[in-house]
Design a protein around this ligand. Structure first.
Ligand SMILES: Cc1cc2nc3c(=O)[nH]c(=O)nc-3n(C[C@H](O)[C@H](O)[C@H](O)COP(=O)(O)OP(=O)(O)OC[C@H]3O[C@@H](n4cnc5c(N)ncnc54)[C@H](O)[C@@H]3O)c2cc1C
Length: 511
């Protein structure tokens, strides 16, 4: 991997790739042959194709609802291998997609339709630190990155909570975490990256080198090539207080008032909320009289309990007395574990245990700072949560993540910092539902979409954007561009024409 200085520490380069169980040459001898697989084999990339015993496992998506069948999967060991794979896709007319953690909600690393070439980055797992700059192979997952930084100088980055989410999709499309109001999205913390573009060229991109490509790849990364490594400016890891205020006694009306109070508190222009606060609302079915639990929670970095108590006193005056409260003082890595819902640092090392799967549909809403959710919309949303939501076998949750408010680094950055197109957001709402076998796909999807409709139909004057990392598998390309990149679509299309005129790297919602 390029860019690792002699003074840097290169810790572990673990391999979790499965790879072919039957060499492609053996399959070929048995009569199986395609131009793509032949090209990959000639390039030294033993492809996994249908017929190989590893194919079913290697092509299994995180979201089992979308089991696309790739034409082949490869596991290159370096950027040159990635380049060779991209060239084979281009030469044989097979569309190519990168897979980092494989957590795309639409399984777009498998193409989002049958017949693509998946370039799995499982073997690009180098991690290094040079001064305050960390460089990470694009096959690393968030848990591995957090653990490496902590163990090598107590450094940290703002990123999402799930250890198994890959840095490739996450940083390529944004990447929100609880410290993001202070440090920005993961994409904002990237200072340079190495990327293989559709022509097979291995390029370095930063604000000063291939700046247009860097702009596009930090926000719309999936469309512009295969990023092989990311370099990021890290931060000193901070102690924090994790807080949670649970309101089991709420019904719909009280919860709607709670949201109104929460967003006013978060967006107060006079008493600005400290950027060191990561703030959420969680709503999900649970053991409460109404069958639904509402909680306000988050992490306040670099402060003591007294500051947490005084900061949230005005909000709690409006929310009422919680049915339970928890305040937990923790060092940085304990906060990473807490947010991930795991207990030991070994659980952050994703090379030690396989990933899990789910069968789900999710979608999202960004609520703008300039147009917070109005009373009708929040009433309708919570009536939905506490009504149909209390009587469904879809295992759903909704998470409200504060992006803006106060001097949030996400919201105050120039709106064209990178391709991420929602710097005007006050908060995101993720609506997520695991669909059991007893519920049809269509009914499960419709149930989750009912949440978003409750908001949109009661606030029609607002053009709500959505978060591309919670990519909605039901969107057409046109709809997705409108939702994810409303002001950046034209520029992204122009850059796609420049870097990938033949649409070699491609998925159904691409430019
Ligand atoms: C359990 C769970 C928790 C999550 N929590 C958060 C959270 O806290 N905050 C948040 O912001 N998001 C969160 N997400 C969403 C997550 O950020 C996205 O699903 C993300 O895109 C996954 O990245 P990946 O590399 O794992 O997925 P993949 O499926 O590998 O990739 C996603 C997309 O990016 C492309 N891609 C992957 N690697 C590269 C690369 N190296 N170069 C170019 N394109 C690439 C793929 O082709 C695909 O289109 C969560 C998702 C899950 C499943």
């Amino acid at each position: 991997m390029r860019g690792i200085l002699a003074s840097s520490i290169a810790l572990y380069a673990a391999s979790s790739a499965l790879g072919a169980l039957i060499p492609y040459s053996d399959l070929k001898a048995r009569g199986y042959s395609t131009p793509l697989a032949d090209c990959l084999q000639t390039a030294g990339l033993d492809p996994v194709v249908e017929g190989d015993a590893a194919y079913a496992t290697d092509s299994s998506p995180f979201n089992l609802r979308l089991p696309w069948k790739p034409a082949a999967l490869v596991y290159p060991r370096d950027s040159r291998g990635v380049s060779a794979a991209v060239k084979c896709g281009a030469k044989t007319g097979v569309k190519v997609n990168a897979r980092s953690g494989g957590h795309s909600y639409a399984a777009f690393a498998l193409g989002g339709e049958d017949g693509h070439l998946t370039v799995s980055l499982d073997d690009l797992r180098t991690l290094s630190l040079s001064g305050t700059k960390g460089t990470f192979g694009a096959g690393n997952h968030l848990g591995d990155v957090a653990l490496f930084l902590w163990e090598n100088g107590k450094r940290a980055l703002a990123h999402g909570t799930c250890p198994y989410v890959g840095i490739g999709g996450h940083a390529g499309q944004g990447g929100f975490g609880l410290p993001s109001r202070a440090w920005g999205l993961l994409a904002d913390q990237i200072t340079s990256l190495e990327i293989v573009t559709a022509d097979g060229a291995i390029r370095t991109a930063s604000k000063t080198q291939n700046a247009d490509l860097f702009w596009a790849a930090t926000g719309a990364g999936a469309s512009f090539g295969i990023i092989t490594s990311f370099t990021a400016e890290t931060h000193a890891a901070l102690d924090s207080i994790a807080f949670a205020y649970n309101f089991d006694g709420y019904g719909a009306a009280r919860a709607s008032e709670g949201l109104q109070a929460w967003q006013a508190f978060a967006n107060d222009p006079v008493n600005k909320l400290d950027t060191a606060v990561g703030l959420q609302i969680h709503v999900n079915p649970g053991s409460s009289p109404s069958g639904v639990v509402f909680s306000v929670s988050g992490v306040y970095y670099g402060v003591d309990e007294a500051t947490v108590n005084s900061t949230f006193a005005p909000l709690l005056e409006k929310l009422g007395t919680p049915t339970s409260t928890s305040l937990q003082k923790q060092d940085w890595i304990t906060s990473v574990l807490y947010l991930a819902g795991v207990n030991t640092t070994a659980q952050l090392n994703t090379t030690l245990a396989p990933d899990t799967h789910d069968t789900f549909y999710a979608t999202s809403t960004f609520v703008p700072e300039a147009a917070p959710m109005n009373q009708e919309a929040s009433d309708a949303l919570f009536e939905y949560f506490y009504g149909p939501g209390a009587n469904t076998s879809v295992a759903w949750f909704a998470i409200f993540d504060l992006y803006g408010g106060g001097d949030s680094v996400i919201a105050r950055a120039d709106k064209d910092t990178n391709a991420f197109d929602a710097r005007d957001a006050l908060y995101s709402i993720q609506y997520y539902g695991t669909i059991p076998a007893s519920v049809s796909d269509a009914d499960g999807i419709a149930f989750i979409q009912g949440m978003k409709t409750a908001v949109e139909s009661n606030q029609p004057e607002t053009q709500f954007k959505e978060y591309v990392n919670y990519i909605d598998s039901t969107y057409t390309a046109a709809e997705s561009h409108k939702r994810y990149y409303p002001t950046h679509t034209d520029k992204l299309k122009t850059l796609k024409d420049k870097y990938d005129p033949k649409r070699v790297i491609n998925f159904p919602q691409d430019f």
